[in-house]
Design a protein around this ligand. Structure first.
Ligand SMILES: NC(=O)c1ccc[n+]([C@@H]2O[C@H](COP(=O)([O-])OP(=O)(O)OC[C@H]3O[C@@H](n4cnc5c(N)ncnc54)[C@H](OP(=O)(O)O)[C@@H]3O)[C@@H](O)[C@H]2O)c1
Length: 268
């Protein structure tokens, strides 16, 4: 793992003194978000399962912000996730920003996938963000403020050929985000759904190794770029945060010319 030495962009005082929880913090986008947030002045709590993989991030967090730390937590374990968030709320007086970023792709072919593979994928990618949202809502409502960022996937809105567990879980997360955003905006709580495009992380490269065609350059983003886009737009009024305009155009193409879209998409 390479921890950046370059300082991230400034976000004014938007994150200074705020408390942020990021799931899936030991690698990829989640790790980058933790680093950018702590350098922007936030108290950051990063969650992931693997203590060893969390250690380099922990060291940086401790150095920059003594109140920041990591917690070993499997987000699929609803009770453990709830308890972790309750502890953060008690210890830090609340959570200003929750980023539901942890995800898994079962990496099993359609011929071999089981219902349990679907359940496990939904536990991590859908039920964990739901549980985390429900856990932080009472304190966000009481304060009349808060931001929840759900990291979805373009696979959730433009599924590629495959067994469907990962895109289905992300489509469910997007729908959950949109529904709750309507209800929570009047209470001062912003919900965002993020479409990060393709990032060459463990998860992204895993999909390539399993046969996903390499996306065009305009659909490939660095984790640094996606983190910067998310943090620049979190808390604003728009629901969707998309890292690739080309994919937004593909969405329009799909709606206008569904037959042509599916013909082109089936070979991906
Ligand atoms: N990479 C892409 O091309 C791409 C494209 C679209 C959307 N996304 C989305 O972007 C987000 C970040 O993905 P990434 O590419 O940065 O993935 P990544 O590099 O593979 O990192 C995934 C992170 O999630 C953690 N994690 C996995 N299962 C967990 C669990 N049950 N409990 C707690 N933590 C768990 C992993 O840590 P541990 O193993 O230590 O738990 C790791 O820190 C995900 O929501 C993904 O779906 C990625």
């Amino acid at each position: 793992m390479t921890l950046p030495t370059r300082r991230p962009p400034l976000y004014g005082d938007r994150y200074r003194g705020r408390v942020a929880v990021v799931t899936g913090a030991s690698a990829g986008l989640g790790e980058q978000l933790c680093l950018d947030l702590v350098h922007a002045g936030a108290t950051v709590v990063g969650l992931a399962r693997n203590a060893q993989r969390l250690e380099p991030l922990s060291a940086v967090l401790r150095t920059v912000s003594p109140t920041s730390h990591t917690v070993v937590c499997d987000v699929a374990d609803t009770e453990a996730l709830r308890a972790t968030l309750a502890t953060v709320i008690t210890r830090h007086g609340g959570i200003d920003l929750l980023i539901n970023n942890a995800a898994q792709d079962p990496g099993v072919r359609l011929a071999d996938i089981t219902v349990d593979d679907f359940r496990r994928t939904f536990d991590v990618n859908f039920f964990a963000p739901v549980a985390a949202t429900l856990a932080v809502l009472p304190s966000m409502r009481a304060r009349g403020a808060g931001t929840i960022v759900n990291v979805s996937s373009d696979g959730g809105r433009l599924p590629s050929p495959g067994p469907g567990a990962y895109p289905a879980s992300k489509a469910a997360l997007s729908a959950f985000s949109e529904s709750t955003a309507f209800r929570l905006a009047p209470l001062g709580i912003r919900v965002h759904v993020v479409y990060p495009a393709f990032m060459a992380t463990e998860l992204g490269l895993g999909a390539l190794h399993r046969g996903l065609r390499r996306p065009p350059r305009l659909m490939i983003r660095r984790v640094e770029t996606v983190s910067r886009i998310i943090l620049a737009r979190a808390g604003e009024s728009s629901l969707e945060i998309s890292a690739s305009r080309l994919i937004d155009v593909a969405m329009v193409f799909r709606h206008l010319l569904p037959g042509a879209y599916r013909w082109g998409r089936k070979s991906w």
